[in-house]
Design a protein. Structure first.
Length: 119
């Protein structure tokens, strides 16, 4: 059974740093583009960051550009999100997702990890 399991969430003060991890039980992890999304209470799930299959390119939502860094380790089947200079508006559940390049569909989602940023 394929699983994406996020970890690393918690409470952090504004301005602090946190790193989220996503462990993938995908035998072909390197074949998927990997994304991070987040969802605040009462709001829609929003795109945060994306990284290519090789890890050579990444893209970010404007709201996190310059503060967050997405990375991956294909040898370990791991995805990361380094979050610096956190803001209260970053408070949300964070989800990792695997996207199939051929169909461009999100085929796997994690259960999410909660991040709360206090002012």
């Amino acid at each position: 059974q394929v699983q994406l399991v996020e970890s690393g969430g918690g409470y952090v003060q504004a301005g602090g740093s946190l790193r989220l991890s996503c462990a993938a039980s995908l035998r072909t992890f390197s074949m998927y583009t990997m994304d991070w999304f987040r969802q605040a209470p009462g709001k829609e799930r929003d795109f945060v960051a994306s990284i290519s299959r090789s890890g050579s390119s990444a893209s970010y939502a404007d709201s996190v550009k310059g503060r967050f860094t997405i990375s991956r380790d294909n040898a370990k089947n791991m995805l990361y999100l380094q979050m610096n200079n956190r803001k209260p508006a970053d408070t949300a559940g964070y989800y990792c997702a695997a996207r199939d390049e051929a169909s461009r569909a999100y085929v796997y989602w994690g259960q999410g990890t909660q991040v709360t940023v206090s002012s």
